[in-house]
Design a protein around this ligand. Sequence first.
Ligand SMILES: Cc1cc2nc3c(=O)[nH]c(=O)nc-3n(C[C@H](O)[C@H](O)[C@H](O)COP(=O)(O)OP(=O)(O)OC[C@H]3O[C@@H](n4cnc5c(N)ncnc54)[C@H](O)[C@@H]3O)c2cc1C
Length: 560
Amino acid sequence: MAKTDSAKKKVLVLGGGFGGVFAAKSLAKRGRDTVDVELVNGTNYFVFQPLLPEVAAGGIHSSDAVVPLRQLLTGVQVRQAEVAGVDFAKKSVIVVQGSSRIPVELTYDELIISLGTTVDLSRFPGLPEHALTMKQVADAHKLRNHVLSCLEMADVATSPAQKRQLLTFVVVGAGFSGVETVGEVNALIHQAVRYYPNVTKDDIRVLLVEYADRILPTFAEDLANYAARRLKLEGIEVITGVGTKSATSTAVELTNGALIPTGTIVATIGNGPRQLVQALGLDMKWGRIQVDREMRVPGLDHVWALGDVALIPLEDEPGDDPQAYAPQTAQFAVREGHQLALNLLASVKGNDKKLKPFAYKSKGSLASLGTTKAVADVYGFKLTGFFAWLLWRGFYLSFIPGFQAKARLLFTWILNAFMPPNLVLIQGNAPATRYIHYRKGDVVFEPGMILDGFYLVLSGKLKLKIDNPDTDEHLVRDLGPGDHVGERMMVRPLLRTGLVEAVEDTEVLFVAKKDFLRFAHDFPVLRKYFEKYIEKNFGGQGKSFAPQGSEQQPEMEKSN
Ligand SMILES: Cc1cc2nc3c(=O)[nH]c(=O)nc-3n(C[C@H](O)[C@H](O)[C@H](O)COP(=O)(O)OP(=O)(O)OC[C@H]3O[C@@H](n4cnc5c(N)ncnc54)[C@H](O)[C@@H]3O)c2cc1C
C-alpha cells in the first residue's frame, strides 16, 4: 500500500468512470504537493462506454473498450473495492474488498462522489427481467452472444412463429446509446446472415422504439432526421412517439397497443440512481445529487460530486429547466473532472474565493449509425455520412485515455476492416434463478419439452393441465401466488407431460433444474415437503398422474 504524507490532504474518489478518472488525474497532476489521491472502483478498469455498441457488434474486443485504472492513473492509489456506505460525520467510507469481502473503513479529508447511474426499468412490467441493457462491458458481451444464439436457434427452428420471434430484435430508446446499438447490431446481423442457410435477410426485423417524437433528441432536427432515414435504409424500423409498456420473454408491448413477438429487447432507457447513492441521505432531484455550481454538496463540508450522479447547475437560478443543468455525457464529465480538481485544490489551500462555477459549452455531438455512417455536429458544423463517421472514429480514438488503449483500438479497427465478422458464440451459463414475466395467454411449457426447472408463482395465475392418455383422465389446476409447478422432475428425469399457461399476467421465480434438484434432494425439509406434495396432488407413484410412465420420448420433430 502506498505511503501517505500526513501533511497532505487525503482525497478519496468514489467511482472510476469519466468523472472520477479525470478528476483524479487532474488532482494527481496539479496537486502533487498538496493532496494524496485514492480512487475506489468496483472493477480494476475504466469503461469507455461510447464504444460498448461496437463491442456488442463484435467490431472490437471488450479489452479495446476498457483501460486498466492502475496504468491510467499514475500518482493515484487505486483500490478495487465495492463502496458500501459513507459516514459523513466521521468522514469515512465503508468498502468491501479482497477475497474475504470484509468491510473496511477508509477515512478522507475530501470526498468526491462520481458513482454514475444505474439502469432502472422498474416502471415497465417485465422489462427488468427480460431486457438486455447497455452499461457495462458484460452487457455488451451478453448482447452479442444473445444475438448470435438467436441466429443459431433460428437456423434450426421448425415453427415459423418461433423463427420470427427469434429474428425480431427491438431496441428501446433512441438517444446516443440506443441509436448506436441498433446500428451496430443490425450491421452484425446482416453481415452474419449469409453463414446461416435457413435464415434470409427478409426473415429479420430490427426495430428502434422511441417515446419522443424523434430520435437523437439532443441533436439538431435535420441531423436526427438524416439518422432516421439512414437507419431505415439499412432496414431498421424506426418507431417514434410510442413508448414501451411491458415485456415478457416472448414479446414486447408498446403504448399504442402493438404487441411485437421478440426474444430480444435491448433497453437503453431508464437511467436511475444507484441504491447506495439513494441511501446516502443527500438532497436529490431527478435521481441526481444536488450540488452547487462549484460541485460542492450543500450542507456538507469537503464533499463534492460530479458526472452522471450529480445535478450541476449551469446557471445561478436553474429552476426546473433540465437544459440549465450539465447533461449526463462523457464530454461534460471530463470537463467537470478538471474543474472540480481545480476547485478542490483551491479550497484545500484556503483560497475559497478562487473556486469557479462550472461552465462549459458542448463542443458538439457525434453518433455512429453503424455501416460506416454517422452524424456529427461539431463547433456548429454539421456533417453526415462517411466523413462524419471518420470524424466519430478520430474523435473517440483521441478521447480514449492512454496510448496503449489508443494503439490497440486503432489496430483492431484496421484489422477488422478486412476481416469477416467473428461469429464465435461463447455460451455463458444461463442465470439459474431468475424472475420471468408472462402475459395472459403465454405458454409457460407444454408436453414434450425438456424439464428445465421449477416455477414458483409470485403474482397472477397459471393453469396446469395434464392428460393421461391411458386412462383418459385430465387434471386441471389453477396456480396462484405461492403455488408452484415443476417439482415432479424430482421423480421424472426427462420430459414435461403437462401444459402450463398464464391465465393472467403472471410473475414467477424460476429455479433451474440442477439447482432445484440439489436443494430438493439435499435439504431434508424440502425433500419431505415435495414428496408429500407430489403424493397428495398427483397421486404418487403408480397412480393416474404419477411421474413414472412418462419418461417415454415424444415423437421427434422433423429437422429442417
Ligand atoms: C452505451 C453508451 C454510449 C454512450 N455514448 C456516449 C457518447 O457517445 N458521448 C458522450 O458524451 N457520452 C456517452 N455516453 C454517456 C457517458 O458514458 C456517461 O455520461 C459517462 O460515462 C458518465 O461518467 P461517470 O463517471 O459519471 O459515470 P460512469 O462512467 O458510469 O462511472 C461510474 C463508476 O462508478 C463505479 N461504481 C458504481 N458504484 C460503485 C460502488 N458501489 N463501488 C465501487 N464502484 C462503483 C462504476 O463501476 C463505474 O466505474 C454513453 C453511455 C452509454 C451507456
